[in-house]
Ligand binder design. Sequence first.
Ligand code: CP
Length: 308
Amino acid sequence: MPLKRKDILSIDALSCEEIDLILQTAESFKEVSTRDIKKVPALRGKTIINLFFEPSTRTRTSFELAGKRLSADVINISAASSSAVKNETILDTARNIEAMHSDFIVVRHSASGVPQLLAGVLRSAVINAGDGAHQHPSQGLLDLMTIKEKKGEIKGLKVVIVGDILHSRVARSDIQGLVKYGAEVCVVGPPTLIPSGIERWGVKVSLHMDEALVGADIIIVLRLQLERQSRGFFPTLREYAMLYGLNQNRLNLADPEVLVMHPGPINRGIELSSEIADGLSSVILDQVTNGLAVRMALFFLLSEGSQH
Ligand code: CP
């Protein structure tokens, strides 16, 4: 069954049936990356352009590898080495790229809404690789995949999302996905980093980390997005780490089978201690492995859909 949509812009727009299809397809693609020859011909002749206007390690590399493992031609463009530095607009950049007959444009941008803008004017499939503090749908999907893989069922799980919710596109995508599947989501962080009215998204809010962690099945720790913070949202990093950093004492409050997740990059010693990041409860590197499979699935399913 193909995915009957041109673009992937947000988790909110995807139904549970579509997400199930993406995750099942991703599961089947995981095996490709364990082969000696890590390649299948599914996207032979297709062209993918990765257009990254913000730094990235995991997302950019895995979109590139996903395309290459499916035998597509993949080109990476970063803002610093593009004509964006000569004031070319994002629309002109994208239209010029499409004039070279791209099939997919993967875009990351600091401004919320850029992927939607491009999707509205381009023939190419547009995949949102993170736009401002708005959405990071492929991260949301890989997080759902990791939780389903490890826990079987998402419904009824107690998920605690800790940290800079206000600036986090990962939090928005994760919350939308988790609530769709019936998880009990609680966000915790300093009051200045919790968006007002967030309860309307179907989550609980706590300002007390220790209280929120009791019995948690999943803890998703977020990075402080210092690059998006226009003013001081908390007194010092030391105080933040003391009140909201995840350490072993705090982890002991959660369910004994708790999983610790983090989208990366980690600020070790601030939001997460190294003993937890590298400990037995951590599935952070499983998230990265699943990210590659999810991105292969997205290219494959969108490509199949465009042929119907
Ligand atoms: N999770 C994530 O988006 O990481 P990168 O910024 O390294 O892509």
